[in-house]
Design a protein around this ligand. Sequence first.
Ligand code: 26V
Length: 795
Amino acid sequence: MFSSKEEFKKIFVTRMEHKGMGKTAELAYETLWEMTQEWIQDRWYRTSQLYKDNNEKQLYYFSIEFLIGRVLGQNLINLNFYDIVKEGLDELGLQLSEIEELETEPGLGNGGLGRLAACFVDSLASLGLPGNGYGLRYKGGLFTQHFVNGYQTEQPTQWIQEKHNVDVRREDLVVEVPYYGEVQLVMGMDGLKVKVEKPEWVKAVPYDMPVVGANGGTVNTLRLWQAEVSDRPFPGHKDYAVYEHETAKITDRLYPDDSLEAGKILRLKQQYFLCSASLQTILNEGSFSIEELPENVAIQINDTHPALAVPELMRLLIDDYALSWDQAWDITTRTISYTNHTILEEAMEKWDRRLIQTLLPRIYMVIEEIDRRFKESLQEQELDDEALHKLSIIENGVIKMAVLAVVGSYKVNGVAKLHTEILKKREMKELSEQFPNKFHNKTNGIAHRRWLLKANHELSGLITDTIGPQWIKEPERLSELHYFSQNHSFLQDFQAIKSLKKEQLIHHLQRNQNVIVDQDSIFDIHIKRFHGYKRQLMNILHIQMLYDRIKRDPTYRPYPRTFFFGGKAAPSYHFAKQVIKMINTVAAKVNNDPLARKHLHVVFVENYNVTQAEYMIPAADVSEQISTASKEASGTGNMKLMMNGALTIGTFDGANVEIFEQVGEENAFVFGMLAEQVMQHEKEKSYNPKSIIDSDPEIAQLMEELIKGEWTEGKTNVDFIVEQLLEDGDPYFVLKDIRSYSKAHEQILNAYAHPEKWAEMCVKNIAASGYFSSDRTIQQYSDDVWHLTKIPSLY
Ligand code: 26V
């Protein structure tokens, strides 16, 4: 440990010298990594001892994704060593930022859901709460995206490498997960018992990663499971080589789809692997009697992907702990709670009954029994067919995981107020009527330690200089910035930092993508996965409208804007990939036009990931949050951008609604249909995009150009897009909203013309963003669902 820069330098240099020759940055990374790990070890050990000694109730957050991002820099931040280390290295002629670049980002998630899990484990540790993550140790995270001729291509990534691994193998905690086998009834000492004969075992090896909380006070654990061949006798009903191959595949890579439910056996294997291994360990490790599980353990399932935790816990309690069904059910439904993250029908998980029956025969029996008993309990009520359909777990040979998750949990939540309301009133209406006390809202949040303190260290410094450091511990105190929102010198400092962050992004892009961006332009940023409902299409169509107008109207010479896009499409999501291609095509046309280029620049940042986000978000002036109202469960990028002083152009959707509530609509650019209007149109099938085209000449012209192929290189992808807008009835209401979207953009230009007023609005956004810290979200989960006790800080 060290307490000063000089001390750090001394230790660092001695260690470097011991290492001898080699690339300096590489060596520096290794040295820093070792040093931080040593500081962390002791705290990690002491945290776990404290939990044991006090018999603390533990939360386990089950998630198929943890999109944690790079680790080294974040650990330095949370340990409060970042500044000392950075300055010390500077004096030694080394750049911390370059050293950080050497770390391969663990891309163990697709997007919002996985990143939320990462923010949550950070907040748990930072609040000193006993909460751990359980996930999978994929060898390869999300694919790397490259553009070839404007189209997305996907390259597999390897996260786990020979060296620099950030986790610790725990051989002592290995468990075995059973697949296949035959269910048999056997006579035991105390009556009939169920036994699965000749299962195929897979060894689950945990790898633990320390999760360092703020000030290094608490160090919790993120445990990731790796699949390996078992040492147990192999049942021999298939070739051993096939078994070996299939086993290695279980944790070989993350599924890159976040839009379409695919029902693949490998994914089912992954889900069960996570649930079974985690539950076995929790039960093995616990020093309480099994009847007291709910008082000692809370399990939160992140969407339905770990919903097999419900039947798996039942199986373990009944078959291994010899509890009765009723006892087991009582325990299970007081231990597990569930968060829903989407209402899109196509993303709701369903499993073919036969798939589960073959792969997990005992689990299937349990699910069937849960369904049977639930249906039986409904018999006294006179429910119509529609209600019975919505309430059935198994129907027409399909298992609906969301219904299983609701029935098997004691609490169910949505991730923003509007989303929870839609769940209760529409998607899960019947379930919420059956279990009125289960449903609650927990609006998402973000780890301000990563998205402000780490990503925007300069702005954090200014905030601390202005209102003191308390906001770091209590982010809602960012509201104190309100008093400075009209302070000229503070606003100037804010503007200077915004420019600096723009400059850093420009350098980054120059290095990585060889594009040069005008620092004085408005940075308008649209970053998220590609999906129809997120409407990247509306953004790019609007850019085409702007281009047309510049060409047509010599008096229209708007202030220069750079439109940034970033995001990946699921490899099988054809429409999203066509939109990506279209953005690249439009970019080429606009950027190569000497007149238009003075006013518009389109930049598609390749391979958007957590690291790229850390460059882009602090540099943003405008945050694009333009999903079709009712479709985006919450969004969390919206919160990150707001916290960095970007102004939102957004619909009344997801957590945008609460952002507008916190900051006031006058400090954002709100447009578009309301969720109710969208849902009404959907119900009545009353929207016809042709009526929009007939009444708006500018949109009509745009469509005409599209059809003629003026925005494409010959015969390409645009047919597909035109088809969705016209023949398919424009399911995401792009044409319906584009006029009001365009007006909101005009308002942005007007506002930007008054720099000080603009900066004032930015500061008001930062001041109102404290509510969106995931510390608030986690505290609410703890108070209302998990009932955890804070441990006193160790340091
Ligand atoms: C969905 C599916 C569908 C089934 C097959 C595999 C798979 C894998 C991932 C997903 C993820 C969709 C859910 C999701 O990411 N939801 C997002 O969650 C964020 C955190 O709550 C929220 O902010 C976003 O609005 C929501 O889209």
